[in-house]
Design a protein around this ligand. Structure first.
Ligand SMILES: [Zn+2]
Length: 75
């Protein structure tokens, strides 16, 4: 489900960080165009809090579970 926010609302929204950059909707979150922080949207209301923001470097990447030591691997 993608976030549906008013374009006018997006125009006035800004990153609470020092950059105060505009935000762009991505999925169910708002992503800062400068620092890349991601802010969740709860009940259609963007939570623009640095404490609630997800840093692009701190986001848990969907890692695929690699098979443990596989014998017979010639290389
Ligand atoms: Zn920012």
């Amino acid at each position: 489900m993608a976030v549906q926010l008013d374009p006018q609302l997006l125009e006035i929204l800004a990153c609470p960080s020092e950059d105060h950059a505009p935000l762009t909707p991505a999925g169910d979150q708002l992503v800062c165009t400068a620092c890349g922080r991601r802010y969740p949207v709860v009940d259609g209301i963007p939570v623009l809090l640095l404490d609630e923001a997800l840093s692009p470097e701190d986001t848990p990447a969907p890692e695929t579970t690699l098979p443990s030591e596989n014998p017979g691997n010639a290389g």
